[in-house]
Design a protein around this ligand. Sequence first.
Ligand code: SF4
Length: 58
Amino acid sequence: MSEAKRSRPVPKCPIRPGEPCSLCQLDVTGPEDCGLVYLVMHDPQLRDGLQAAARAAR
Ligand code: SF4
């Protein structure tokens, strides 16, 4: 019995709303271990700016 190919869901980049993670940072496996995401999400000003930009893009 052959197994059907299953595609894995592509994670979205938290700092580029609407875009998939393209593994643009060195040695990352996705948003969960992306240093840039960590830095942005742990900086209140950057996080607020990101949320404002996401709202403006809607
Ligand atoms: S590696 Fe990080 S910054 Fe690059 S697309 Fe993925 S989540 Fe976004």
